[in-house]
Design a protein around this ligand. Sequence first.
Ligand SMILES: Cc1cc2nc3c(=O)[nH]c(=O)nc-3n(C[C@H](O)[C@H](O)[C@H](O)COP(=O)(O)OP(=O)(O)OC[C@H]3O[C@@H](n4cnc5c(N)ncnc54)[C@H](O)[C@@H]3O)c2cc1C
Length: 382
Amino acid sequence: MKPRMRTIIVGGGVMGASLAWALARSGHEVELFEQGAIPNPQASSTDEHRLIRHPYGDRAGYARMIDDAFAAWDLMWRDLGQTLYAPTGTLALTGGGAEWAVRSATTLAALGRPMVELPVAELPQRFPMLDAKGVEHAFWLDTGGTLFAQDIVAALATHLATHLATQAGVRLHANTPVRSVDLEHGRIVTAAGAAHAADMVVVAAGAWVGRLLPAMQRRLVPSRQVVIYFHLPDEQRAAWSKGPMVIHKTGDVGLYMVPPMQGRGLKVGEHSFSRSGDPEGDREAGEDEIRPLLQSCRNLFHGFDRWRTDRVKACFYTVTDDERFVVEKPAARGWVMSPCSGHGFKFAALMGLELARTIASERDAAQHARWAAGLEGETADG
Ligand SMILES: Cc1cc2nc3c(=O)[nH]c(=O)nc-3n(C[C@H](O)[C@H](O)[C@H](O)COP(=O)(O)OP(=O)(O)OC[C@H]3O[C@@H](n4cnc5c(N)ncnc54)[C@H](O)[C@@H]3O)c2cc1C
């Protein structure tokens, strides 16, 4: 264990804030710079909810990490004094020849956490809220639920600014864009021209990472994604508020549905990547972005003709070619922390704790990168 270290974090989304929490609770000094408010409404982490679930196709590395992810959230809830999570169970459906649900079931069975296969003909009985046209396979798992994303970032910011500020020496700089970073020497310069130095700099800048680190631009690609929040008739909302989350894959396309737990909205999004857009651009969603999602909803949800669009939100994934996370140390005094590709939030508390441990110890950076990429126990193309 190294003595008390000083780390600069660039980015106050869930990754930067979780790392700050993890470092500070171990007694290390942290200075965090965020270009907007914390939470920043433009950040990937700022939405009502994000899902956590065990099924991960054949990605055994990530499936195996889910229990650790839940344990890391439990530790965070203890520190925050509140639980910002609601269990929903996981309903995994596939159609159009997609194999994701079957592969997930095979992977999880090998890990000792079997999913229950539901006969498709029985779906309408068990889940009367579904029409499930074209569904070929259905699997159920009791675990999984929704993390109240923006409330988590806000609660972390308060915790960092109060308890941990006095105990450990945390300084949060909201509305302070960073103009440049020097990962070799552990330095940053803010847009206003102020220079800061530390033992380590971590760039957790979400979809903006390529602006600070042009060398990462080709690997970490901003991908504009649209989600729709719906108003439902009271009886439908009451049914959905008991769950489940629904993940529906057809071919390469994937729709997910977040049920309206604890007063939050009901949301539907599509997981296929646009691999385009600029996080600094306008966030208005166009008709052509919304139409395919509405069509998928029409096939899947019973009574969809009575749903009304409440609001549409355009957010950004930061995607890699293989959808694996990039948590790497490209220079002596600097890390890039980019767990995204549209599935990173669930691991934020774990990613924060583990990176804090590696930074504050002699743990091997390459091994850490491999673990974060979900490659432990997998082949590189697995
Ligand atoms: C629509 C959508 C649905 C998703 N669904 C799920 C899901 O169900 N489950 C799941 O696990 N994951 C999901 N994800 C992925 C998850 O939200 C992301 O992996 C996670 O939020 C990324 O967090 P982050 O901190 O890396 O990025 P961000 O939250 O974007 O934070 C980066 C921060 O860095 C700041 N910043 C950037 N540049 C600078 C600079 N130069 N100076 C100072 N500050 C800077 C930004 O303002 C921003 O606040 C989803 C993402 C989206 C967009």
